[in-house]
Ligand binder design. Sequence first.
Ligand code: NAD
Length: 434
Amino acid sequence: MRLTVIGTGYLGATHAACMAELGHEVLGVDVDPDKIAALQSGRVPFHEPGLPELIARHTASGRLRFTTSYEEAGAFGEVHFVCVGTPQRADSDGADLTYVDAAFAAIAAHAAEDALLVGKSTVPVGTARRLADTHDTEVAWNPEFLREGFAVEDTLRPDRLVFGVASSRAEAALREVYAPVLAAGTPLVTADFPTAELVKTAANAFLATKISFINAMAEVCEAAGGDVGILAEALGHDDRIGRKFLRAGVGFGGGCLPKDIRAFAHRADELGAPLRFLREVDAINMRRRDRVVELARGLCGGAVLGARVAVLGAAFKPDSDDIRDSPALNVAARLKLDGADVTVYDPEAMDNARKTFPLLGYAMSAEEALLGADLVLHLTEWPQFREIDPARARSLVSRPHIVDGRGVLDADRWTSAGWRFLALGRPVPAGEGI
Ligand code: NAD
């Protein structure tokens, strides 16, 4: 089939490449000419494992092309996927639908009469109906569940597909698009528009709630002298609860969960079906960042003014260069504001971090960041940070103080190498007074 993918960011570029991999002719469309030029030359302007290879292969073969022209897109595509951003609004915690509305209007103005416009962006429930009522071209909604860092795998082999459709024609078109994925046994859920939209926001709300649940338990452990690591392990043995998303730490960030739960709570209020607990899920998450700042101050004798702080991590999670709402950079920036001399290292997100936080210091390696540090904060769970040798690290720093904000470092190894080691939700050794 001939498909267009409108909006070629993390979601759209991956979707376009994977649709080409499934055998379709694909045209990616974006309003950002630099992004389009990069992608057209086979280069991916962000970090996503496996994606550069797919883009290079399919742009070279001509099966995947990119353009800024909606005219060209309208003439080309039978099915148009809309993958533009839905950030938080500046004036409220609702979703900003400016880009979605603009993309639908632009493609509807040029699409063939019998084309199908398929929304993939995460939107407040009611958006698909509104767009379907606004445009003559048929609309469907096909929410996306991919995880950055596993985006290619998740697109080619998803846990499930969800089609929000208003006609059997739309369902048939989507079945044809995803034929190889469905043939591999992927479960398909077809639904009306509101249910399809809600599957995505409900999934994100559930995951955020699970993370904030264990982080709330971490707060109680801190107050009661318990150990959330042991608590989570014991909980995770219960099949009904499971181990996933049950690691206490500095919390979630990124371009999805934080803004999606806020937009969901906002929309639920508008509908008169409030989801008040989601506001608390958000608040717990933000309090974990406060806790890291508090521990940092405690380890620096009450104030970080003048202290050299090494921050390991800038991306909101490993295997990504995405720094949107990154807990690591939020903490780093707050310590900088408090007068600390902060040096950040991240394996992939340095360019993005530098652009957004130009006043922070940056190192070319974890070892360089550690040199002369009074305090080390481990805030993004990159595997290479777990491999740091505590004895070697001790020889580099000025004072061997570390906060593990991700709950994955081996506390015994670090303490036996002479480090003062603190982690969220773990007992603070007697006499440390934090
Ligand atoms: P992004 O910011 O990386 O990409 C959005 C792209 O849309 C940008 O390249 C931008 O230039 C382009 N764009 C904006 N207006 C446009 C227009 N009128 N026409 C064409 N292009 C336009 O965002 P993203 O992370 O890819 O997220 C996109 C959507 O997908 C959001 O709704 C997000 O919540 C959802 N989503 C994202 C992920 C993820 O992991 N990133 C996963 C699932 C769902």
